[in-house]
Design a protein around this ligand. Sequence first.
Ligand code: B12
Length: 480
Amino acid sequence: MRIVLVNPNPMKPPVTPVSLDYLGSACQNAGIDIDLVDCCVESDWSKKLAQVLTEKPILVGVTVRNIDDSYFASRDFSLGRIIPVLETIKKLTPAPICLGGVGFSIFPSEVLKFCDVPYGICGGGEEGLVKLIVALSDNMELESVPGLVWMKNGKYRKNHVLPVSLGKIDLASRFLIDNAYYFNNGGQVGFETKRGCSLNCVYCPEPLIRGKQVSVRNPQNIVTELTNLYMRGITVFHTCDSEFNCPYSHAVLVCKAIIESGLGNKIKWYAYCSPEYFTEELAYVMRHAGCVGIDFGADHGDDKMLRRLGHGYTSDDLIRIREICLKHHIICMFDLLLGSPGETKESIETTIRLMKKIKPERVGISLGVRLYPITRLGRKILENSKGPLSENPSLFGDLEDNPSFLRPVYYCDANLGEDVEDWLHRMVGNDPRFLLGRRIDAKLNYNYNDNPELTEAIKRGHRGAYWDILRRLSEGIPPL
Ligand code: B12
């Protein structure tokens, strides 16, 4: 049995398709042979596709990580940019195509339709992909393939996504992807310590597609994975969990396992964390396990807005976690999400003032929230919208013939006024800590979708989280 796996992600700097490494392990363990076409790595991906598709595989699996760049200033609908890869595959082979990935899972049937592809698997794909391959090769019913979405009798059917038990799966080998390429050209390599998210952020689709129930990996298996990558010369990593510190106890166990293995002095890594479950104890073990930087999904500095966004922490927690990070020599970025319903210029001012006071190394600002109808925020806005969406002054993006919001739609509260972007730029001033893009100024590019400055810096030897590389560049600090 042989399949072909394809990474069509066109964004630059290139980010490791960790998904395909993990799916590769699952297929290998099930005795399935794999050919890989990584369009990021191949100088001529269509030639490589032609080579591996001369003999018909059972299936061609394509990973769809991003639908768009979720960046209000650019609003790139990146799904459209993978169509040439899919069309080339369709011309070269009659084998069915199956999609999967976090982006795909947000809009499964819409993406299948848009791409004109017969199969897709929602959520974690390790079990579903193997079962689909077996079902297709043995002509079996598709109802037993977890998470499968496909067309039956003119309608899209979706099988239940079964909760994964990550603790039992060995994901450590990382053999399929050229991770050294991603280290050299993407600046870091991703790894996952758990899957799912139990938080309640009103705008976020992640718990809905990766599960509210968190499934954790065996810390020893994570250490084996990091060791395998370290032996190949990779020394800088980024976690791929929704939030590394949820659940808290597992984060501590992972750090302790890394410290005990001796890897903590050899590798450096960055993590996404929630401000809610962050303590001195955790900072201490994270730092000793090699963590050098944290990107906190802070979102806001105004307590009323924090509650509206579904958070259980307050602005005092932001002050507290900043102090902890300073004490433990972990640099940090606070990500802000401004413009959601109820936002006022006063609430933004409160937030910017707080950031200027506590001085995280970087503050990433998103003005405008990417809306998804599956989230609480998206649902509420759709329910409350009377009349055509194009008449709602708080909505931006493709509002005609786009009821699913597959093509990106953003919310930025109209009460803020039309000058809000200029006003925010004036308030931030020329403080280099703030990463705030601007629609009319391509030079202010804090987007990781197409960022030549970052891509070049990584080629010159910079490594690490992109916000840290941008910080080093603007402050003249040498590479990590
Ligand atoms: C970590 C992360 C980052 C890190 C990556 C670090 C690294 N070296 O890996 C950084 C900070 C660099 C980053 C950047 C960006 N990110 Co990001 N990122 C994530 C995050 C948290 C994890 C992604 C990941 O690798 N997961 C681990 C792997 C193992 O999981 P997976 O990819 O989902 O794969 C599994 C399944 O989906 C499935 N599967 C996947 N492919 C396939 C294929 C087949 C055939 C099958 C059957 C199954 C299958 O099986 C896999 C194994 O179980 C996700 C949110 C999340 N919790 O998933 C956002 C997320 C993917 N990012 C997002 C975005 C928007 C971006 C940026 C575009 C932001 C920007 N404007 O700069 C860039 C794009 C960069 C790029 N080149 O692609 C969005 C995408 C949303 C959308 N509308 O498309 C997400 C969902 C966050 C969000 N909630 O908005 N990101």
